[in-house]
Design a protein around this ligand. Sequence first.
Ligand code: NI
Length: 248
Amino acid sequence: MQLQLATWQEVERYLQSSTGIILPIGSAEQHGPNGLVGTDAICPEFIGQRLGEAADAMVAPTISVGIAQHHLGFAGSMCLRPSTLIQLIRDYVVSLSRHGFGRFFFINGHGGNIATVYAAFAEIHSEVSMLTRDSKRPIRCKMANWWDSKGVRTLQKELYGDDEGEHATCSEVSVTQYAYPDHIKSANFEGRAPAYNGIHDADDYRTRYPDGRIGSLPSLSTPEAGKKFVEASVTDLTETYRAFLVAD
Ligand code: NI
């Protein structure tokens, strides 16, 4: 069930049987010549909605902009400062917890968000520890990267090997092609992009990785592969989410 497509009465009824909620979190940043700017938000949103169906879980509105300062050398990229994203995550969680949500399962689509999401969890726990003594409604937060599952990793190796790359990867572009078949882009690639050799600021990134890709060859991406990645991720994440709901 999607929060944005539910009435408040439906949300209230849901809370009688579960306190879990899925929160897709991504980024708005360049993804090379054939990747969509929204790739890192589209992937966890699409997978999160299917996970919601599989696990009978509520899905919150996607956090679509994240930590992406290093992509600002490319048109269309947007970013939040880490301090802004921490406050945004904190407000999502605390406002939802007022209604009784307690298990916050973030599905992340962007490696650059990881450190900041964990910092936000620390901020939330600090607030709970310092300001309240209410232990009857504990807040538990967990993050899972959609690509970081056994099934997805196996498929990446099987389908793309070294061409998978580190940014604008074959798998993430495939997932967006499956999610939005009317927006598949074609582009000419002269082979794989430079391998990862560090990331600093936006100008530096553009110099090191001129067309935006890192080590990938996403001309190999297909919507058919995207379907396989989505199914593998949903299968693995369903198990992780169910375990998280009942964990101590
Ligand atoms: Ni990405």
